[in-house]
Ligand binder design. Sequence first.
Ligand code: NAP
Ligand code: MG
Length: 493
Amino acid sequence: MNAPESPRIAVQLPDGLNYVNGQWIDDPDAERIEVRDPATEAIIGAIPCSTAATVDRAVAAATRAFHDPAWASLAPLAREALLHRLATLIEEHASELAAIESLDNGKPLAFSSTLDVPVCVQWLRYFAGWPSKLSGRQLAPAMLPAGSTHAYTLREPVGVVGAIVPWNFPLVLAVWKLAPALAAGCTVVIKPAEQTPYSLLKLAQLIEAAGFPKGVVNVVLGDGRTGQHIVDHPGIAKISFTGSTAVGKRIAACVANDLKRVTLELGGKSPTVILPDADLETAIPGAAQAVFVNSGQICFAGTRLFAPRKTFDRVLDGIASVGATFKIGAGLEPDTMLGPVVSQRQLDSVMGRVEAGIKAGAAVHSGGKRVAREGYFVEPTILVTDDRQNPAYREEVFGPVLTATPYDDLDELAALANDTEYGLGAHVYTRDLSKAHQLARKIQAGTVWVNTQLAPDPHLPFGGFKQSGWGRENGEDVFAHYLETKSVVVNIG
Ligand code: NAP
Ligand code: MG
């Protein structure tokens, strides 16, 4: 299936089929979901909205693979080698994967080729280092006579993982789940977002080529209904979800039924805080990138700006002029810096929130409109308000939209940064080391970046305080969610 005629790079998309037990299968009973190019609104393919029967087949395959010695008894170093092989295959298919991601999601090739695809390789290589280091400990029981007991812990893979990912970083967020789950020895049923299925299907081809046993990774296509079948399936031991806070809350309620393990990486309304002493040469482009990169569709985007009243206009003019340098265009046009948002629905949602903010009194500093061309493009937008009830200040917009608020008093900064139900990330710009560390302690967020932005790392735990979620991805901490700890006590007295 090819992209529509255009001067852009031609992209070969994988067929829209489920990948279950090493086979590419359709779901004959499923409705079709059209997949669109967000830059042209043209239909580029269709996928099945897979039914409970397909989810059942995928869970059965993953369960068999979980117990099959071909996977379960693999030496840790052999599991590491598989992950490295997959990383190498991604490197070999890097330009193809980046082009698929840019067509499907709309994101600039300049980013998908330098960020999304390399990040997948780095994450897989990082997690490839873990299987041989995951083990329990020998412990001395506190209540028994010394030497009478041999006690130790085992760390066992939790079972079949149900992974559900959103459309903003389709490949990256799939790998953030697959890499640690596979390193831990779990098997996986994973669902991409209906808007962006193709990069994960290409990845499934590479997973097969890398030599993972059949059924270890299964890709099931569909929308939220298919996701719900995964959440409800009794054969799944753990749900790893990235998406909206609304769906995350629903999943939390559903897993209460059978107490499945669950991690939730949800929404954000992360602050960018510029202190009076900040180096504005760093802070202005940093604040602009934090909100405009990926058209603002980043869960930890810096969407609430707090700048000193004295330099407020200068900071806003600076951010707007950086935004104006982001060339707007289709992801596959090589010089594009600002692609479309992902769908008509997302466009309506972003514009609805901007309009609601303006109606409630926010002033438009710059942007504020849909770009007058085909595709779902939104102007880089800055709204100004000091009304902390304004919906543009409070609600996640998930588009290239910054809400800016001036401040007078340094002592109110932590309270302003924390004035949100979310707590995913925060960006602080200052040259004062003490203030940087003091604020980092006071801010309620899973990650605080100081004098830098948008910089997750595979070794650093990532996740949310408050309504930004439960649990942490990345780093050693992630294994708490993919392994169960078992204590073994042997009387040797
Ligand atoms: P979403 O609507 O919650 O969808 C996320 C995924 O969940 C999609 O695959 C979706 O399927 C699926 N889904 C929907 N309803 C479901 C249900 N009842 N049961 C199981 N799965 C269900 O989120 P989105 O609008 O696509 O993504 C944007 C949101 O994700 C933003 O709020 C953003 O902040 C958040 N996000 C968070 C992080 C993080 O790491 N914290 C990272 C990226 C994005 P379909 O879309 O196919 O219907
Ligand atoms: Mg798409």
